[in-house]
Write a protein that binds this ligand. Structure first.
Ligand code: SF4
Ligand code: SF4
Length: 206
């Protein structure tokens, strides 16, 4: 393609980015609303699952920024109810996952989603360290990261007494394989970060 043609090429939209990263084409959605009708979190979301797709279809930078700063993308549970209902097999949880990643990269995480993000980070950290989830480590890390030191503090002793929580983590046989997955994910993320810093930087603070 010539430089002149490049200069006239439309800028990449968030929908393009989603398609490149997930293989999902948001234009397959014809706004029937079945996903929103079945979503267990739709009533709590600032944009319903159906609206999230419509906003992506618009391809307007300001609308995309609003979407990346929405609470809806962080409330999605990845339950896949919407996928099973969708006549077009649009994989919304996959799209939501990519929007969360993009939201974080651009520093647009919704203020009410910051604890959710801290929970995600704590969860992944304990899986990376032990090869599997260790609940006590998860709780401790989440409390330190979020600052909610006293939240549910009376519940933990009961769970420990009933043997529902293991004090020490158990290592799994495939721990090295799990570590390699994290290393590969981190190197991919660094590549994306380098690419991003060649272009636009973060727009806000998560
Ligand atoms: S169910 Fe599928 S086609 Fe219907 S609005 Fe939701 S994503 Fe779009
Ligand atoms: S996967 Fe997310 S968007 Fe889809 S129904 Fe579940 S919570 Fe709602």
């Amino acid at each position: 393609m010539s430089a002149l043609a490049d200069a006239h090429a439309p800028p990449e939209t968030l929908a393009d980015h989603v398609r490149d990263q997930t293989g999902e084409d948001v234009f397959h959605c014809y706004q029937c609303g079945k996903c929103a009708a079945g979503c267990p979190l739709a009533a709590e979301m600032d944009y319903s699952p159906q609206q999230v797709l419509r906003l992506l279809q618009l391809g307007l930078p300001e609308v995309e920024r609003e979407l990346l700063g929405s609470l809806a993308i962080w409330l999605c549970l990845t339950c896949e109810q919407c996928v099973t209902r969708c006549p077009q097999q649009v994989d919304l949880p996959k799209i939501m996952d990519d929007l969360r990643r993009r939201s974080r990269e651009r520093g647009l995480v919704h203020p009410r989603a910051r604890d959710i993000l801290k929970f995600h980070e704590s969860f992944l950290s304990t899986v990376q360290r032990n090869g599997r989830l260790h609940e006590v480590s998860l709780i401790a890390q989440y409390k330190l990261r979020s600052g909610h030191l006293l939240q549910d503090v009376l519940v933990a002793p009961l769970l420990l007494l009933r043997g529902k929580l293991g004090i020490l983590p158990e290592k799994i046989a495939g721990h090295d394989a799990v570590k390699r997955i994290f290393e590969r994910a981190a190197s991919g993320h660094e590549g994306a970060e380098t690419h991003r810093h060649d272009g636009a930087g973060a727009e806000g603070q998560p």
